[in-house]
Design a protein around this ligand. Sequence first.
Ligand code: 5GP
Ligand code: MN
Length: 349
Amino acid sequence: MLNKIIPEQSIQKAKKIIERSDKIAILTHVSPDGDAMGSSLGLYHFLLQMGKSVNVLVPNNFPGFLKWMKGVKDVVVYEWKKPLAREVIEAADLIFCLDFNILKRIEQMGPLVERSTAKKIMIDHHLAPDPFCDLTISHPEISSTSELMFRFICRMGFFEYIDKNCAECIYVGMMTDTGAFTYNSNSPHIYYIISELLQKGIDKDAIYNKVYSNFSESRIRLEGYVLYKKMKIFKEYNTSLIFLSLEEQKEFQWKKGDTEGFVNIPLSIEGIVFSAFIREEEELVKISFRSKGNFPTNLFAAATFHGGGHLNASGGEYYGRLEDAVALFEQALPLYADQLRENAKSRVE
Ligand code: 5GP
Ligand code: MN
């Protein structure tokens, strides 16, 4: 039996809202990742089984390694289909907000959601949710929104409505938000859920390969290049940094998703507990942080780049030159020297 995480009151409230709704919009955050798409499409397949009219909307495009998932063809990308997206949001009587907890994360769709009179349900696992929904199901202790989605559907008593498509999507989200169950994944309940998903007929090995063994030649070469040429190690701070300019990305025909996971790689170097990846985009510089142990990357992200996220995975943005973002990062490191050293030490003891 799965332990109960979501309060019963929230489950009953959600069930009533869903029963009374016919047109449902599912929204997730900008640059959707595996968990964003997995939880959204998982809910999409479930609601289809329930006979609802349902649409998934995302602010912008998502990586190619997620495009095999069932239902992706019906996803409305706001950036490409603004009038249709607006129409869907305006017509909705229920809006689900998945894998984000502040409207800023859905960019231009934010004001549309704010204006909408539809009921709103948030299901998410980031810290400090903004209170913009009628019902907020927020559990930062759970490693993926997709796991929460499985729990949510089951607790409403609708386990039978989880079909193979839904199960596949939920598995993708659980797998990608834990680095294929290599971090944030010590809860035994995760494996109970996987066992239930397997009973629904998913092929977990095939899913792994579709997500992780699906790279283009240039993506693999880019990985080799950044590790050889663009990775700086700050031994005294147990920290690593990879930074990449737009020009370099063009040289390797960078596509969305190509640099996904790069930030995790240096954490496999002995003694490295904090890793940063700084990537230049057309209009801003995007920063990703990862850590091992209890070094709070989200506090670093907030203090240095007005960003945020989880303890071990966070990010931020910088509006300026790549070199300046790199300098800002390097200047901030000494402020965390003690914490970084302590954390590294506690990992070898
Ligand atoms: P990633 O490094 O995969 O882009 O992001 C990891 C996590 O950091 C995300 O799940 C999100 O919680 C958080 N994050 C990334 N970028 C930002 C940002 O610009 N602002 C805030 N507040 N959080 C971010
Ligand atoms: Mn997530």
